[in-house]
Each structure stands twice: as structure tokens, then as C-alpha cells.
Write a protein that binds this ligand. Structure first.
Ligand code: SF4
Ligand code: SF4
Length: 387
């Protein structure tokens, strides 16, 4: 049984008072109150993966930030800072655009939008990570509140509390992580190391925005879907096991397998204490069969052991393909590819991206960061037949 429970609350939309009430009830159910935040410098870590509007469901909704700010300052927090490092440069121009488009500028006047673009090394004793760099805003905080989204994800299958912490690694260093851990089982161990380190270092709370979620080609180019709930927990692994069940993908997410093997979480959601708004045990959470990402067609191959799963899977897994008619030649995929396997080709008056499939590691960074969704998926014909 996990030490920390997960609180479930219904919340149909982003109405400010309903949202504040649902979050307050969840905090109360978890026993989180004034003593957790009073006099503390709190970091809100939203999911700001790309400059997308809130109704596109790729990013944390600004109403979540406003409601959390009201509660946290009400509990006597000294300061509340919002910080994330999306893919691409970790710099003022890049982040200012993200803050503006994602609606963070007007979320709450008392919340400081992070303008410290420094980072520092962290030593850890992870299975894969021994040292890595983390943004200073997170290292300087007393408490971290991970404000994640309930989303489908082309690489990891799901983005929720654990995956959201990848944004604590500065800018393009995330591409280096993909480069260092090109196989999904290794990348998943790295995510588990990172999450374990963050949770161990300081008081931590995860809040999942499952009001408007994303299915299909997440984390940035999927379809918004109304799901109407919130999950909160001090344990990001427990929250994600419950979320994985609610997504009807029990047992599929590899970083949760890694966490379970280390004894950090039960792999069965029924063994995680789940509480409703009244604090009563809740054994029948709603489920949402979210459409899978196109890249996830070979997901069943991922559960093969690493020694055969990695390379064997590569033969059959879907791979990215540039939709040349849509591509506007902006070069964002070219700059973000960890393996430098994308070239920009000039043909006639148009510039378009081209991928070398041999070198591609299927990290899906190109799809995630393409601003207009011009990176599609090429399926292996055998996998297509099976499906
Ligand atoms: S990011 Fe998208 S639009 Fe830009 S070059 Fe790559 S595929 Fe084309
Ligand atoms: S082409 Fe896309 S999926 Fe392949 S390695 Fe580069 S960024 Fe990753």
C-alpha cells in the first residue's frame, strides 16, 4: 500500500470558484494545509510544453494557476513562482512568448513568472542519472507543486505528474537526455530517477488538471476532450498509476514499471488509497478511453524486455514523417532533433524539412515541437495489419 493517497475531485469546467473549492477540498482530504505552505517559497511547475492557447489542452490552464495562487497565499505562502522549461531555448524571448500565448501573463498578478534562466548541477544516485542540471527556480524553492495535465503522449504513452518534471531540465539539455537514452526503457528509468530525486529533495505536491484533457497525438497535437476531474497527491507515481488506469492503459507506462520495480509504487491502482471529495475510499473512478497517439501503434512491443524490446521494436515501430505540403520550413524540428537527423531542403521557392529514417531514434521531439503539426506518422505495414 502506498504511503500517500490520491484525492479525486469532480470539476466540470474552469469556473474560478468551483475550481478553488474542488482544489481546497482535495487538499483538505490529503491533510495539506497552512503548515505545508506558510512562509514558504512555492514553485508552481505547470506544463507549458509549447506556445498553445489554453483551449487546445496542451498546457496547464491559467485558471488552475489562479485558483492555486488564491489557496497558497491564503495558507501564508511567502511567494509563488511559476517556472517551466519547454523544449527549445530556455531564454526570456522564448518563455515570454509561451507565457503570453498560454495565458500565464494574466493568470494571477501575485504569481511571479520565472525570469531566472540559470540552472545548476544536481548529483543523484539514480539507475541512469548520476548528475544532471536543473533550473535554479526549482532548486531555490522550498516546496514544489507539479501542476500537470492529463494527456496522451507519443513517446511515453501518457503525460501526467512524472513526465511533467522533465521540464525542470533546462531547454535543449532535454534533447541531450533523448540522445543519451534513445531506447524507451532507458529513457523511462531516467524519468523515474529524475522524479525520485525531486520528490526526495523537498516537500512536493502533484495536482493534475484533468478538466480538459488531450487524446491522440499528445503532448501538443492531440484533440481536447472534456473529462472533468482533478487528481492531487504528494506521490507523483501513485497519481500516475491512477491516471494510467483512468486512461484505460493499465500496465503500459514504462516509467511506472521502473518505479514499481524499485518499490516506489504499487503497479495495481487498486492498491493505491484513492479518496473522493468527502475523504471516503473511492474504488470506482471514471475511466476515459483516450484515443492513442498514432506513434503508439506498436505499444505492445514496448513491454518486451530491453535486450530485445529496444532494437526489435525499432524495426516495427511507427516513425515520423514530414507532411511536406504543410511544412512551412521554420526549422524548429531541425533545431530540436537530438540526433541531427533532420535536414532543411530547398526546392523551388519552398524550404521543407526531411528526416533521415536510419538515424531517427523515435523520440518524437520533432512532432512535439512543430508549431503547426506538420510531422505525421508513418506506420509499418505489418503493425497496420495487426491493428
Ligand atoms: S517544425 Fe514543422 S513546419 Fe517547421 S520545418 Fe519542421 S516540419 Fe516544417
Ligand atoms: S527525426 Fe524526430 S523522432 Fe527522429 S530523432 Fe529526430 S527529433 Fe527524434
Amino acid at each position: 500500500m502506498n504511503e500517500h493517497p490520491v484525492a479525486f475531485a469532480r470539476c466540470r469546467d474552469y469556473d474560478p470558484s468551483a475550481l478553488t473549492e474542488a482544489l481546497s477540498r482535495s487538499f483538505s482530504v490529503l491533510g495539506i494545509g497552512r503548515e505545508f505552505f506558510e512562509g514558504k517559497r512555492v514553485l508552481l511547475k505547470p506544463n507549458l510544453v509549447l506556445a498553445k492557447k489554453p483551449d487546445q489542452a496542451a498546457t496547464t490552464h491559467p485558471a488552475m494557476i489562479a485558483a492555486l495562487a488564491e489557496i497558497l497565499f491564503g495558507f501564508g505562502a511567502e511567494s509563488v513562482t511559476l517556472a517551466d522549461s519547454p523544449g527549445g531555448p530556455f531564454s526570456a524571448p522564448a518563455l515570454n512568448l509561451v507565457y503570453r500565448v498560454c495565458g500565464m501573463e494574466g493568470a494571477d498578478p501575485l504569481v511571479k513568472l520565472n525570469d531566472d534562466f540559470t540552472f545548476r548541477p544536481v548529483r543523484t544516485d539514480g539507475v541512469k542519472l548520476k548528475t544532471f542540471r536543473m533550473i535554479s527556480a526549482a532548486l531555490d524553492a522550498d516546496v514544489i507543486v507539479d501542476v500537470c495535465k492529463f494527456k496522451s503522449h507519443s513517446l511515453t504513452g501518457m503525460s501526467c505528474a512524472v513526465k511533467n518534471l522533465f521540464g525542470l531540465i533546462p531547454g535543449v539539455e532535454k534533447f541531450e537526455m533523448h540522445n543519451a537514452f534513445p531506447l524507451l526503457p532507458d529513457f523511462s528509468e531516467m524519468l523515474t530517477d529524475l522524479c525520485e530525486t525531486v520528490v526526495r529533495e523537498k516537500p512536493f505536491l502533484a495536482v493534475c488538471d484533468g478538466i480538459l484533457s488531450m487524446e491522440g497525438n499528445g503532448p501538443t497535437h492531440g484533440t481536447p476532450v472534456e473529462t472533468g476531474f482533478l487528481l492531487c497527491s504528494r506521490d507523483p507515481f501513485a497519481l500516475d498509476v491512477v491516471a494510467e488506469h483512468m486512461m484505460e492503459r493499465d500496465g503500459e507506462v514504462l516509467y511506472l514499471n521502473a518505479a514499481a520495480e524499485r518499490g516506489l509504487v504499487s503497479r495495481d491502482w487498486r492498491e493505491i488509497p484513492l479518496l473522493n471529495e468527502d475523504g471516503a475510499p473511492f474504488d470506482d473512478p471514471p475511466t476515459f478511453p483516450l484515443a492513442r497517439p498514432d506513434a503508439d501503434a506498436g505499444h505492445f512491443l514496448r513491454n518486451l524486455p530491453n535486450f530485445m524490446g529496444g532494437r526489435f521494436t525499432k524495426l516495427f515501430e511507427p516513425r515520423p514523417r514530414i507532411l511536406t505540403k504543410q511544412c512551412v520550413g521554420c526549422g524548429k524540428c531541425f533545431k530540436s532533433c537530438p540526433r541531427h537527423t533532420i535536414r532543411m531542403i530547398v526546392g523551388g521557392k519552398k524550404k521543407t524539412a526531411r528526416i533521415d529514417p536510419e538515424k531517427c531514434i523515435r523520440c518524437w521531439c520533432c512532432q512535439e515541437l512543430c508549431p503547426i503539426g506538420a510531422v505525421g506518422v508513418k506506420q509499418n505495414f505489418l503493425i497496420k495489419l495487426i491493428h
